[in-house]
Design a binder for this molecule. Structure first.
Ligand code: ADP
Ligand code: MG
Length: 329
């Protein structure tokens, strides 16, 4: 069997029934949610990084790899509105890796773990016959019944994103085009956005206190994440391309590149979600007070087919998924 589409594959392996009635959310959101006997539900997510697929040693230092593998997991925890608590780290190490590099990888991971008060409580270590493989599992908690899901968008909601989009893809492009000793300030900004994404935990936490919100993190690209929300919530979404927030350094690239990166580049690790219009301004003010910019990029449409539309240069057309898919030829 050859795998054509990771999403189809995941659907195939999805169990047809669950043994534990404590599970509130299984496969299909940024993290799984299950009930505990306390006033908190637990949220668990896992993401891996594979050499040659997610990074090469040219684009990421050992420190960056450790940092980013925890950051992408914390981004999923953020998208559930949870507080990260514990993590497990599984690593397969190629023979040629020096102990010093491994220490640097753990230093990167620990920097972020300390910042968010996450404890490393276990993992697994093996050798690898090919590249480095790193997998992190994070366990977090959220107030009972308050996890923020993808399936809760409703017609009339404002669709928002945090930060700016496309920077990570632009940074990766710079790294892949040429390896230089020094980069311009703008190039450094974009490269940093690729190597050291900032998980938006604080924003997820704010949304928990609103009556209803929908949330997803942007790992595969805005277009792909909007489709996930539309499918899960059974709604359509319309966004306006001119409202998508771009950083100043990405403006150095031509129109086609910057919009492709912002819509489908992926690895932004910003959040995209929706809120009732009556809550949006308060949410935006709360975030901006903490230095996180929020942009209203569109709205959720009355129920119909579950599509995503984009208004671009005065014309509206369907926005294709187009994000990164591991098995598309
Ligand atoms: P995200 O981009 O938010 O990390 P993914 O697209 O990787 O999410 O995964 C989508 C859903 O499928 C998640 O709920 C994830 O836990 C689940 N999933 C991914 N791979 C597998 C697998 N091999 N077996 C079971 N569930 C999986
Ligand atoms: Mg996610």
């Amino acid at each position: 069997m050859s795998i054509q589409d990771e999403f189809q594959f995941i659907n195939k392996v999805r169990p047809s029934y669950l043994h534990n009635s404590t599970i509130k959310v299984g496969i299909g959101d940024d993290g799984a949610v299950y009930e505990t006997s306390s006033e908190y539900d637990q949220v668990v997510c896992q993401d891996s990084m594979v050499e040659g697929i997610h990074f090469t040693t040219k684009t990421m230092s050992a420190y960056d790899i450790g940092y980013k593998c925890l950051a992408v997991n914390l981004s999923d925890i953020a998208a559930m509105g949870a507080i990260p608590k514990y993590c497990l780290v599984s690593i397969a190490i190629p023979k040629h890796w020096a102990e010093q590099e491994l220490s640097a990888l753990y230093d990167g991971l620990k920097e972020l773990a300390n910042q968010y008060k996450v404890d490393v409580i276990g993992g697994d270590t093996t050798s690898s016959m090919s590249g480095l493989f790193l997998s992190v599992t994070v366990i977090g908690v959220v107030e009972k019944g308050r996890a923020i899901l993808r399936q809760t968008a409703q017609p009339g909601d404002v669709v928002f994103v945090t930060g700016t989009l496309g920077d990570s893809a632009a940074g990766l492009n710079i790294l892949l085009e040429s390896v230089k000793d020094t980069y311009s300030k703008d190039e450094e900004f974009l490269i940093h956005r690729h190597q050291r994404p900032v998980p938006q935990i604080g924003i997820g936490r704010k949304l928990v206190h609103f009556e209803r919100a929908c949330l997803n993190d942007i790992s595969d690209g805005l277009a792909s994440e909007l489709h996930e929300i539309a499918e899960s919530s059974q709604v359509s979404i319309r966004i306006n391309r001119d409202k998508i927030p771009l950083s100043r350094p990405i403006q150095n690239f031509d129109e086609s590149k910057k919009w492709t990166w912002a819509l489908t580049g992926g690895e932004d690790f910003e959040l995209v979600g929706s809120l009732p219009p009556s809550d949006y301004e308060l949410f935006k003010q709360q975030c901006e007070r903490e230095g996180v910019h929020i942009s209203d990029i569109g709205s959720v449409l009355p129920k119909g087919e579950h599509s995503v539309l984009i208004l671009e240069e005065g014309k509206e057309h369907p926005l294709q998924k187009g994000g990164y898919n591991h098995f598309k030829k």
